[in-house]
Design a protein around this ligand. Structure first.
Ligand code: KG4
Ligand code: ZN
Length: 339
């Protein structure tokens, strides 16, 4: 079965084709960051309008790249939620309509299930795919969750953020440090120049049992530290880099500590990272180290499949459609939707 996947939940338009006979035949992502940058964050109405402009051309593009005609597609998958309602409507309406026109089934995919399954997509690029069961650490701009994964569709939430998601904390702290949107990658880049010994930020909620997270205090910590730098007349790029490093170290350490706890609690040995923040180099390095130390193993999606993309939606949709799951003609985007 060959599935065309469409992702439009936020500010990336992603389209891809995945099939058991052709693998990931083509995938393309168009990022709207330039449009939203001047506002310092995603403007939902602008996002929807741009998805309308970009989705159909991207579908033509991936069909061309894969050398396939529309008649070679056996199913459609689109992100049905969670995300921005207007943005979700664009991909859902288009995906459902194309499926109807082409006479093939369609399915609405949970965006976080897409992220969660991304490390399983056979791309030939990265280490072998993890076997079930495993613990997944989902770290994106909207979610931070630890999930026990027994099989596709069999998920148990172990812990989650009680306030900001990890990516959101990166973005907000980046803004405080005067970095452009989207802040996560920019903050990580600045942190490379930072002195790890200058500041030590707290590792929130690690001093008590449990595997929930809280990241909103870290941005306040960054704000206060920057305030101190300013008052002492020491505000400089180096000072800001030192803050970025302290922030990143705190987030990474906290994530690693909670992942170790989740493995201990479930008795599992494999941890799978997914979502935008799983692109973070320091997180990958520390997680791999920590897993080696306890005889566990860490898995990551290829960098291009960490942030939002159509490949993960095509793959998750392929999995469900291949298993015989079908949906009626009606579609219902779900801006809020638990995994
Ligand atoms: O998964 P994603 O593309 O979108 C959501 O589903 O939210 O994740 C985007 C998030 C943003 O908050 C972005 O700043 C963060 O992932 N991110 C990073 C890095 N690359 C993306 N955070 C830290 N380090 C990175 N290298
Ligand atoms: Zn995402």
């Amino acid at each position: 079965m060959r599935v065309l996947g469409i992702e439009t939940s936020c500010d990336e338009t992603g389209v891809a084709i995945y099939g058991d006979d052709i693998g990931l035949a083509a995938h393309a992502v168009y990022s709207q960051t330039d449009i939203h940058a001047e506002y310092g964050g995603v403007v939902p109405e602008l996002a929807s309008r741009d998805h309308i402009r970009k989705t159909l051309p991207l579908i033509h593009q991936v069909l061309d790249e894969a050398g396939l005609g529309a008649d070679a597609i056996d199913g459609l998958a689109y992100t049905a939620g969670p995300g921005l309602i207007g943005a979700l409507l664009v991909g859902s309406a288009l995906g459902r309509s194309l499926a109807w026109a082409w006479g093939v089934p369609a399915i609405g995919v949970h965006h976080m299930e897409g992220h969660l399954l991304a490390p399983l997509i056979p791309t030939g690029l990265e280490s072998p795919a993890p076997a079930f069961p495993f613990v997944a650490l989902l770290v994106s701009g909207g979610h931070t969750q630890l999930v026990e994964v027994q099989a596709v569709g069999r998920y148990r939430l172990l812990g989650e953020s009680v306030d900001d998601a990890a990516g959101e904390a990166f973005d907000k702290t980046a803004k405080i440090l005067g970095l452009p949107y989207p802040g996560g990658p920019a903050l990580a880049k600045l942190a490379e120049r930072g002195d790890p010994g200058r500041y030590r930020f707290p590792r929130p909620m690690t001093d008590r049992p449990g595997i929930d997270f809280s990241f909103s205090g870290l941005k306040t910590f960054a704000l206060n530290t920057l305030g101190q730098l300013r008052t002492s007349g020491e505000d400089s790029t180096q000072g800001r880099a030192d803050i970025a490093r302290a922030f990143e170290d705190a987030v990474v350490d906290t994530l690693v500590i909670k992942c170790r706890r989740a493995l201990q609690q479930t008795g599992l040995r494999r941890i799978v990272l997914a979502g935008g923040v799983s692109a973070n180099r320091r997180l990958r390095a520390r997680m791999t180290e920590a897993m080696e130390a306890i005889g566990g193993q860490a898995f990551y999606p290829p960098l291009a499949l960490c942030t939002d993309n159509g490949a993960m939606i095509a793959y998750a949709g392929w999995y469900r459609l291949s298993a015989g799951q079908r949906e009626p003609l009606a579609f219902r985007p779900r801006p809020r939707w638990s995994l």
